[in-house]
Design a binder for this molecule. Structure first.
Ligand code: C2E
Ligand code: MG
Ligand code: MG
Ligand code: MG
Length: 276
């Protein structure tokens, strides 16, 4: 019996490995085409001040308008884009599109002053020689100030090549570009590493809002993370604010920025304009 089960399990396993390989190949080749045809669309999600009252930032989030599969989320393709390195090209398309959009909003929307555009980048950019020049050229092309944008890097990616991350972040700082650590609290990075990175912002991962406010421990942990960031003199963004109760805790614990479905989901550019 054990043998039969083992064989079945093996059969199941090899089948799923095969389907993983097939998915990888098809997504990979579709992504190449998508980059050439610029099939990516940028969605935007507003970020709110410490009272949850006014917009102080906007995060750019990539979507893929796939010709046959429809609109895809990062979860559908980001892993393959990372593995294959194509993410480097995708990020550059997003940086360019978001900067262009920012320039347009700045000239069209009267209350758009002091809004920051947060753009997610893969830590792979750090190893790409073209990265810093691309950023600079893009800022110049759209007459943006470096302080208009903030780059977000996921915590777990930062620690993989810490020395490189450290030096690229320093160079970004020299250019006046702020850097945020995304999904903070999920990346196993040691605090002594974090201390050495010249980042300006921590984005507390949305998993820390689970069971808030019902669980005392979860509330204290959220407060602790916010205080930890504050003691490092960082700007604290809480992601995944879905309810009034979540927002109340962010206000009580004095987070600087709140972002989440409670305010708005990521949306197309024209819908953002309705907020202003
Ligand atoms: P992230 O940067 O942490 O962005 C937040 C994610 O949580 C977004 O998912 C957003 O739609 C979602 N979200 C926002 N508010 C809420 C909420 O209240 N509840 C819940 N459950 N979810 C919320 P999305 O757009 O699917 O992006 C997933 C991840 O993909 C991002 O996580 C980011 O790490 C990555 N990503 C997105 N765009 C880019 C990009 O242009 N380049 C790179 N390298 N990565 C990107
Ligand atoms: Mg982000
Ligand atoms: Mg995040
Ligand atoms: Mg995330």
């Amino acid at each position: 019996k054990a043998k039969a089960e083992g064989r079945n399990r093996f059969h199941y396993f090899s089948e799923s490995l095969q389907s993983i390989a097939i998915r990888r190949m098809s997504v990979h080749s579709d992504l190449r085409t998508a980059i050439k045809r610029e099939e990516f669309v940028v969605f935007y999600q507003p970020q709110f001040d410490s009272h949850g009252k006014s917009i102080i930032g906007i995060e750019a989030l990539v979507r893929w308008q796939h010709p046959s599969k429809g609109l895809l989320n990062p979860a559908d393709f980001l892993d393959i884009a990372e593995e294959t390195g194509l993410i480097v090209e995708i990020d550059k398309l997003v940086i360019s599109a978001a900067s262009k959009q920012y320039a347009q909003w700045k000239s069209q929307l009267p209350s758009f002053d002091n809004i920051k555009m947060a753009i997610n980048i893969s830590a792979r950019q750090f190893k790409d020689e073209g990265f810093l020049p691309t950023i600079q050229t893009t800022l110049e092309e759209f007459s943006l100030d470096p302080s208009n944008i903030e780059l977000e890097i996921v915590e777990s990616e930062l620690v993989q090549d810490f020395t490189i991350a450290l030096s690229v972040i320093n160079r970004l700082n020299d250019l006046g570009i702020a850097v945020a650590i995304d999904d903070f609290g999920t990346g196993y990075s040691s605090l002594s590493y974090l201390k050495r990175l010249n980042v300006q912002t921590l984005k507390v991962d949305r998993s820390f809002l689970e069971d808030v406010p019902t669980s005392e421990v979860s509330c204290r942990l959220l407060r602790g993370l916010i205080n930890l960031g504050k003691s490092m003199e960082l700007k604290i963004v809480v992601e995944g604010v879905e309810t009034q109760e979540h927002l109340n805790k962010c206000i009580e614990y004095d987070a600087d920025v709140s972002q989440g479905y409670f305010f708005a989901k990521p949306m197309i550019a024209s819908d953002i304009e309705k907020f202003f």
